[in-house]
Design a protein around this ligand. Sequence first.
Ligand code: 5GP
Length: 172
Amino acid sequence: MPELVPVLSKNDIDSLVTKVAHRISTDYRNHDLILIGVLKGAFVFLSDLVRSLDIPVQIDFIRVFSYGSDMSSSGEIHLKKDIEVDIKDKDVLIVEDIVDTGLTLKYLIDYLRSYHPKTIKVCVFIDKHQRRETDIAIDYSCHDVDKGFLVGYGLDYNENYRYLSGIYHLKL
Ligand code: 5GP
């Protein structure tokens, strides 16, 4: 049986989201900010984040897929669903559940730059360090871990566990 080891409770998550939302609200006050959530994993974090901000924002989604095993990506990334709002000359914040190698975010930043936004920054719920392969800047991160495969709060393993309100380390 897979084991789920608690990493962050719902209360922990609530206070981390409140803190990052305060930083983002301060940094982007009086800007035209568009949040772009990376499907599917970021849908829970994004929905908490927008309701904790105290500035108006627009919201869109993008989706990519990468070939690879259940627990790691191959680095070969393709677009599956594009954005639908116009981001030209706008401030864009990519909202992602977790960064691991960084290859997905590097692809997304390079791709979204082709639409000529004014700025592009990145907000992740979890910054996982050990396997980083790129030097992308993570502008906002809620929680750092070194390694391990995490599930819950939008994060899945074979489409399971996304619904959990906490974050867990999955041990198979
Ligand atoms: P990267 O391209 O940074 O290696 O990986 C990004 C994507 O891999 C994330 O958006 C997520 O879908 C998946 N991923 C990386 N680490 C984990 C993890 O610990 N748990 C889950 N569920 N997905 C992960």
